[in-house]
Structure formats: structure tokens, C-alpha cells
Write a protein that binds this ligand. Sequence first.
Ligand SMILES: [Zn+2]
Length: 427
Amino acid sequence: MRYRIHADTVLTVDDAFHIFQPGQLTWEHGVIVSVGPQDSDASPVDQVINMAGGIVMPGFYNGHNHAAMTMLRGLADDSPFFEWLETHIWPREARLSAGDIYAGTLLAAVEMIKSGTVAFADMYFEMDAVARATELSGLRGWLCRGLIGNEDSDFAKLDQSIRFAQDWQSKASGRIVPMLGPHAPYTCSPDYLARVAQLAVENDLGIQIHLAESASEMEQMQQLYGKTPIGVAWEAGLFESRLVIAHGVHARPEDLPYLQGMSGGIVSCPISNAKLGNGIMPYAMLAGHGIPLGLGTDGAASTNSLDMFLEMKAMAWMQKLSQGRPEAFQARTALTMATRGTAEILGSPGGVLAPGRPADFIVVDGTHASMTPQIDAVSNVVYAATGADVLYTVVQGEILMAEGLLTTLDEKAITEEARNRLEHLLG
Ligand SMILES: [Zn+2]
């Protein structure tokens, strides 16, 4: 089937940042055939979708998530960080069954599809359950088991991660990409990280890790190893594979030689970083040295919402605020980070609307009062829109949401299931 969508605006996020008003996009077999101004491609199609007032744009790539933490959304918010983690989160996480994690990942998938996310990177456990939920949802997932090296002295969990990768590589029509997920340098020793690095190279797997998230992590790494967390990761060999660094809040000038030319990049999670009081990623320093930068939400227990529109706003606000200049960070940069920037970090050709790229896109309703008038479509998308304005979400050419209605998932059943499971988690 060949499809074409017509809309008032098409934001391509391509190299020249083409914006077509009005524009059209044609796709077939999960790939974009053409994109351009109205009537630029008159080839016959099987189905036409007319979206008067719509804004077609790449769907979001959420570069850092713990999807099933939706089950713990709102738990002990506003507590001191370590009290929150040790007294509230970890004991509940220990009770999460594979069924809970499946239910929580589906809950996250509903929220992500409804707010325009087409792909996410996830670090959690019971990853078969996460992968099955991802497969069912129609989303793309870069999935890894979170490895606490200090509790894995016999490498059993690392071995399980390799088996998970072998089981799921290229499954779900290529929508699932397994990775390795050493949690952080304060939960994994340098020797453990080195073993992860070696297995990543041997098995051709990318790596996700939390680095330079908090000031206390910086102090701890300095005391233990006399290095920054990014330096510890470099020393262990993690940069020899594609490396997706979550946070990088405390990246320092001495880290730049490690980061320049890296495969992968840094995924900023500004709302999580703000809510947990961790700080603001030094965007100007990193971007100024060509470090690849993307955006993610982190888990819903720390960020509460998986809406990437909010993440773009937070990114822009915090950079403008921290630099004291509104022109220091542009709406286009936020949009690029949330789409193409993150996709490139993950090694995906998505996040751009151009011929030959994956047909992963969304349609935003530009007719809502909050989106009117449309003087600048990019400004409206970044500064005015929320996930509630998304009408269509399309992944690999498959329509996962049409006119606000999900096609792959039963929202009512999934939200009910999540509520039913809460009692045994909180009890
Ligand atoms: Zn995280």
C-alpha cells in the first residue's frame, strides 16, 4: 500500500530544515517515498489522508527511559534524592514481576504513542516483557537490561543480557535493537565496565549508561578513581562501541577529548535533572565542540510525564535561563535534539522526513486555540504544543494512532490493568 498525507505544514528537520506550507508526504513499505510542497509528487497512491490545519513532522525519539516506571509515577515525589531512591523506589522495584513490567511498559507505550513518540531507549529488567510490550505496541525500542555490576559478580546478569540480545536482535520487523546497559560507574566497578565493553565489541552491541548525572557521583568518582565518570567510562573501553550517555549534567571540559568523535552521544533529560535537583547540562560547551546531543524523559518515577513536547520546552527554558540570553538556545535546536539528534545517537536513520528514511512521523493539530495563529510553526510546536495536540503517530509506515485513537493498544484495558496492579506494589 502506498499512502500520501497532505497537510498545511511539513517540518522535515532535514539538513536545510525545509518547511513545506502546504506540503505532502508519500510512503510505502515503511519508507518515505517523497516529501515536498503540495502536488510535488502526483504518482498514484492507494490512500490519501487530508490533514487541513495539520503539522506533519518527525516523531520523537525518546533517548532515555525506564518505561515500566510508569507503575511508580508520583511515588514519594519531592523527597530528598537518596531517601526517594532507597526508601521508596528500590523496595517497590524489587516487587515488580515480569507481569507488572509488561503492564507498565504498555502503559508507557500508550502515553508515548499518544504524545507523538515513535521510538524509545529503555533500561530496565525483565527485558523479555519489555520487548514483548514494545513489539505489540508498534514502537521502536533500543532495549537493555540495567546491570548493577556490584550485584553481578559472576556476570550472570551480563550473560542474560547477551542472550536477550541474541533472542531479540532484528525482531519485531527490525524495530527492536538490543543493547547492553551498565547502570552507572557508581554501581559498576571499572573491571565490570571493562567486561561489558569487551562483550559489546564482541557482540556488536551498543551501550546505554547514566554518566555525570549528579554532583555526588562526581565527588565519588574523584575520590575512588581520581577521574570524572566520563573518564572512568573511557578508561573501561565503553567508547569503543556506540555509547548512549544519559544526562551528562556535570560533563566537564576535560571530558571533551573523550566525547569528540564518539559513536553515540549524550541524551539530556532536563526535567528529571531539574526535578531531582541535579543541574543543567552544559549545552553550549558540548554543542560548541560538536558533541552529538539528544533528548529523553528518563523514567516516569522521576519525570512523571513521558511527553517529549514538555522535554523540548524544559531544554529551551533551562538553557536560556542558565545563559541569561533568550537567543542562546533556539526552538529548532530543541526540535532537532528530540528527533534527528537522538535518532543519530541511537544509530537510526529516523528523525528526518526525507526520501529513503523510515516512515516514522506524527501529525500535530495546528487548529487548536493554543496553536493559533501559526506565525512560526516550529515555535508553536516547541513552545505551545503538548502531547495532547498529536492526532496521528506513524511508525515504519504503520499508523499506531489515527485521529487520536490507538490502533495497536487498548488504552482502557491497559490503564485498568495498571491500576489493578498498584495494590500489591504499594502494600
Ligand atoms: Zn535513567
